[in-house]
Design a protein around this ligand. Structure first.
Ligand code: SF4
Length: 162
């Protein structure tokens, strides 16, 4: 199963991902219709993209009274059926990541659908802050990163003790 990965350290805050997302879903360039959001912390010159993480236990799905949100068991994506949505906004309240929102009209609920398996945001992210990875690959990379850090710490300890 593949997931959208966000590497905050690489994000330059260009917001190209927001425009690409909006265009993919609406045919227009309006960040208010983007499913991905770039959070700006100008005091630290830090930019943190956030998007639906397609939670395994999806609270949005659990609270939706009309079953408009359902997790696709094959892709892992929590899919939104617009026709079933009554706009009660309980999914927005329930999402712990703030990743479900209203569109530019303030009436329609929107959320990331991974663009059906070919996310538009990734294609325009030139610093590679966004990627679409197999979960197993992410685990392997994380294990290696942590092991490398531990190795450096161990080396410093040995040097310090010598
Ligand atoms: S396209 Fe990439 S670098 Fe630009 S704002 Fe989005 S995540 Fe950050």
């Amino acid at each position: 199963m593949r997931v959208l990965m966000l590497d905050q350290a690489k994000c330059t805050g260009c917001r190209a991902c927001e425009y690409a997302c909006s265009f993919e879903h609406t045919g227009k360039f309006n960040p208010l219709d983007s499913r991905i959001k770039v959070n700006e912390f100008w005091e630290d010159l830090t930019f943190v993209p956030s998007v639906c993480l397609q939670c395994e236990r999806a609270y949005c799905e659990e609270v939706c009274p009309t079953s408009a949100l359902t997790k696709n068991p094959e892709t892992g994506v929590v899919e939104l059926e617009k026709e079933k949505c009554i706009g009660c906004k309980q999914c927005i309240v329930a999402c712990p990541w703030g990743s479900i929102k209203l569109d530019h009209t303030g009436k329609e609920v929107i959320k990331c659908d991974n663009c059906g398996g070919d996310p538009a945001c990734i294609k325009v992210c030139y610093p590679d802050a966004l990627s679409y990875e197999e979960v197993e690959d992410i685990t392997n990379v994380k294990v290696l990163e942590t092991a490398t850090r531990l190795k450096e710490i161990a080396k410093d300890l040995v040097k310090g003790g010598a």
